[in-house]
Design a protein around this ligand. Sequence first.
Ligand code: NAP
Length: 287
Amino acid sequence: MMAESVSVGGVDVPAVGLGTWRLRGDDCRRAVETALGLGYRHVDTAQAYGNERQVGAAIESSAVERDDLFLTTKLDGSARRHDAVGRSVRKSLDRLGTDYLDCLLIHWPNDKPPFSPVRLPGGPPLAETLDAMNELVEAGLVRNIGVSNFDVRLLDAARRLSDAPIFTNQVQFHPYWDQRRLLSYCRRNDVLLTAYSPLCHGGVLDDDMLGRIGRRYDKTPAQVAIRWAIQHEGVCAIPKATSRGHLAANIDVFDFELTEAEMERIRRPSKLRTLAGFARSRLPFDV
Ligand code: NAP
């Protein structure tokens, strides 16, 4: 089944992509190969995930034309200075076996983000990183640039500082963290919201409400959560999965539609549930 697309700024992005955080080695290569075979045309990786080479190998061995794929990577925290941006992206392109990225993101803002146990070293001014990213766009190595884990204030600053449009902000987005204010800002300004951890790291899997609603459509809680995310205008989602069964299920979300009432019932912002989902994922947090 081919993933439907979301269109922002004239660019079409498959509404469901494959997240690859913590997919490593052969598991990563196999999962990406399987996903591409199942119809995924959107893959999310990051320099920090240590799997760009496996993602590249899977793309290389697939029958998918490069132009049919939307491929994102993210700058490592150590690669935000002007020269390091260009150097590290050229290495990413080499590892990924491609001569361009569909999207390059700043992985984290320089200051410590809310809810994150990670303490990040101070980085250069945002303008310096964005200038270097803009040069990569001009050089044709990167088609779109964006950010990740930015709040409204920082996203607004990034938009002002960049000549190229800030195409997306990749943030945690699931029934327990609906990013209402950020999403409204993104929609007003034609910025794609890319939903990461749409399954709340697995925290939604035993959610009774999602289970009840899913039974109406013969869908699992995971499928309902992904459908819920992408049914928001201007949102795509990048669930991570390893097995063929999970990969196939996560892209099988285009044959049903949640009602407005169901969309509202599913939305239950909760810091506690968000943190519980995070705690459920394997620790230590390694990115
Ligand atoms: P997630 O996608 O919310 O959840 C992944 C978990 O759900 C895995 O344990 C997976 O198990 C399980 N799962 C997947 N599909 C399932 C299904 N159909 N039924 C039952 N279980 C299922 O978590 P995530 O990896 O944190 O987020 C997804 C992606 O977002 C990441 O891989 C990464 O690309 C991106 N991300 C970005 C940032 C950032 O800072 N920008 C941060 C976090 C994540 P299996 O693997 O065993 O299938």
